[in-house]
Design a protein around this ligand. Structure first.
Ligand SMILES: Nc1ncnc2c1ncn2[C@@H]1O[C@H](COP(=O)(O)OP(=O)(O)O)[C@@H](O)[C@H]1O
Ligand SMILES: [Mg+2]
Length: 274
């Protein structure tokens, strides 16, 4: 068993933001968590990465309860579990390669970076990762000069610099236009396919989850209300997850990525192979 959540709960006052969430993940997959705003998606990812503490429950990764780790062990886990955010969280005025090198801080500590010093092997690794993600030529530019889609790929490169076992992405495409959203989702999918890393992405749109994920977990009011394959995610099920009434409209939860082409298209294949 790779990951097992056992009654993971997070209370804020009286309210359970995450309420007795349980599921198991057998092997590295591309997992989407969907649900409307306030469903508890971010809180769950933040507990997994130990940015926030759980109130109760266990989260076993390879048999170890990562919710109970402290100090050095907790930091080591955070190094293995990289996080990608909606707003990229780059240092805007720093160059791209330095932003990627920040992914080594968990391992090396702050001191080298304070002097602008990075070991050569790390710099070469950062450049190779940027190349792999198709943005090698952006390396010397300031992060703020890049498009949103490029900035999110820099954030993914920074995550890869940690060589993480798990990549958590909290609404990674919510700030992007459909074209950039597609590039970023293709990139995350590639990292899963080629490296075999577990990717868990919070996604607020149904079409993206259907298109990219092997498995989808639906949350509503802190609880898991769906756990299945994209095929099983029918309109009726979606209506239940999003808690919408009869006026539920799928386009309200769509990023329009599908209109840009689908798997099987030549253009799509080109992007995947690029
Ligand atoms: N730091 C906090 N303090 C109090 N309530 C919070 C805090 N963070 C999240 N919540 C509440 O927890 C619930 C789940 O929030 P969140 O995990 O951000 O949901 P989602 O990511 O699905 O939109 C919401 O009701 C939210 O208001
Ligand atoms: Mg959120």
């Amino acid at each position: 068993m790779l990951l097992e959540a056992r009654n993971v709960t997070r209370l804020f006052g009286q309210k359970a933001a995450v309420d007795t969430v349980s599921f198991t993940i057998e092997k590295p997959g591309f997992i989407g968590i969907i649900g409307r705003s306030g469903a508890g998606k971010s809180t769950f990812l933040r507990m997994m990465n130990r940015l926030t503490d759980a109130s109760s429950g266990e989260l076993l990764f390879e048999g170890r309860n990562i919710l109970a780790l402290e100090g050095k062990e907790k930091r080591a886990w955070q190094g293995q579990c990289a996080m990608i955010f909606q707003q990229f969280n780059l240092v805007p005025r720093a160059d791209v390669v330095s932003n990627v090198l920040h992914g080594t801080l968990a391992r090396r500590g702050m001191l080298p970076s304070m002097f602008g010093f990075w070991p050569d092997d790390d710099t070469l690794k950062a450049l190779a990762i940027l190349d792999r993600l198709g943005i090698g030529e952006q390396a010397p530019k300031r992060a703020e000069a890049l498009s949103g889609g490029q900035q999110q790929r820099v954030a993914i490169a920074r995550a890869l610099m940690q060589d993480p076992k798990v990549i958590l992405a909290d609404e990674p495409i919510a700030s992007l236009d459909p074209m950039n959203a597609q590039v970023v989702m293709d990139t995350l999918r590639r990292i899963h396919d080629e490296d075999g890393r577990l990717v868990i992405a919070n996604l607020h749109t149904l079409d993206t989850a259907r298109r990219y994920c092997d498995r989808v977990i639906g949350m509503r009011d802190g609880r898991v209300v769906f756990d299945g394959t994209p095929d099983q995610l029918t309109t009726g099920v979606a209506r239940d997850i999003y808690g919408a009434d009869a006026s539920f409209n799928e386009s309200a939860t769509s990023t329009s990525i599908d209109r840009l082409g689908t798997a099987g298209d030549d253009a799509y294949a080109d992007r995947m192979l690029a």
